[in-house]
Write a protein that binds this ligand. Structure first.
Ligand code: NCD
Length: 349
């Protein structure tokens, strides 16, 4: 395990993984929602992700997925998610075909999403799918002969982002999985449409005594069913409208972009753009010298009047956003290795 990730997984958790080998439930499985996971699964995923770091950085090489093909299918814009899935697959020695736009497919001739998934699932060993409509990635999984990974379905979920986010929280704050219990996290911005916060809230709810500080404009609050899920698992929540008062108690600050593309009238989004701007002055006043990572799934909206995270924080050591994006590669490598059943090879090296 590389030095940078030492301590991420406790010795007991690591030993358990090595003796247990890879649990069956990953092999050939879809990754559609955080609801399919248990806390113990994080030991498997993050131990393997930690192993993958040196391969992601090309300090070591592997061809373990040589001959395997990823179908990377994005019906919505993406920079990091699409390219990090692609990078992860290449780093494991596999090959990738990309579809980055519906207009280049036979869907413009009237072909259904299901038929598209049937055909592409027949070519590839695994599909990664992003789609603007909630539930549509599951529709692909229901008919595909290859496993399907959800890279974001409308306002629904973004499970692999949540996994890399939790991995980032552990690395940035030096917490092991057991030390996630008791964490206090501020989610800021468009909590109604933001699929990354939906998935991360569900993932954190697998731990104990999490305190969620939900900072959003009134019309953009976290969906009720997620709030109920968090409450039913014994976590505490506070909802507030004000960034300054909310972030002072947080161990982690998770900023999000106003999801303009999800509004029925995109002009309505203008009213909220720029409503929360974290800048150096505010961060230093509320957080002081504590190590409180600033996270964001990215892209941050850098247009004038938006700026969820001001560029005056760019050199701040607690700004984790680019390290967070980098963590997407080893975490997605781990997921591919588990789903395509080559993870055991790494536990023997
Ligand atoms: C997010 C997404 O697409 O949901 N980005 C990402 O995957 N890293 C967040 C966003 O677009 O605001």
């Amino acid at each position: 395990m590389s030095i940078r990730v030492k301590g991420l997984i406790s010795f007991c958790e690591f030993t358990l993984l090595m003796v247990k080998r890879v649990p069956m439930n990953f092999k050939g499985s879809n990754i559609l929602s955080i609801d399919q996971y248990e806390r113990q699964d994080m030991v498997t995923i993050f131990s393997l992700a930690a192993f993958m770091e040196c391969y992601a950085q090309r300090k070591k090489r592997t061809r373990v997925l040589e001959g395997a093909l990823l179908g990377n299918i994005f019906f919505e814009p993406s920079t990091r998610t699409r390219v990090s899935f692609e990078t992860a697959f290449y780093r494991l020695g596999g090959s990738v075909f990309n579809i980055a736009d519906k207009t280049g497919t036979s869907m413009v001739k009237g072909e259904s999403l299901e038929d598209t998934a049937r055909v592409l699932g027949g070519y590839a060993d695994v599909l990664v799918v992003r789609h603007p409509k909630e539930g549509s990635v599951k529709r692909c999984a229901d008919v595909s002969s290859s496993p399907v990974i959800n890279a974001g379905d409308g306002s629904g979920e973004h499970p692999t982002q949540a996994l890399l986010d939790l991995y980032t929280i552990m690395k940035e704050s030096g917490r092991s999985l057991d030390q996630i219990d008791g964490l206090s996290i501020a989610f800021v911005g468009d909590l109604k449409h933001g699929r990354t916060v939906h998935s991360l809230a569900k993932l954190l709810s697998l731990f104990k005594n999490i305190h969620f500080i939900l900072i959003s404009p009134n019309p953009l609050v976290m969906p009720q069913e997620i709030i109920q899920q968090l409450q039913s698992r014994g976590h505490t929540l506070e909802e507030c409208r004000d960034l300054a008062s909310g972030i002072g108690k947080a161990d982690v600050i998770y900023m999000t972009r106003i999801q303009q593309e999800r509004f029925s009238n995109p002009e309505d989004a203008e009213r909220y753009r720029g409503c929360y701007c974290l800048n150096k002055g505010l961060y230093e006043k509320q957080v002081g010298s504590k190590n409180v990572p600033i996270m964001h799934p990215l892209p941050r909206d850098s247009r004038p009047g938006a700026l969820e995270i001001d560029q005056d924080l760019d050199d701040h050591p607690n700004l984790a956003i680019f390290r967070q994006a980098n963590n997407g590669v080893p975490v997605r490598m781990a997921l591919f290795a588990l789903v395509l059943d080559v993870a055991d090879i790494f536990s023997r090296t």
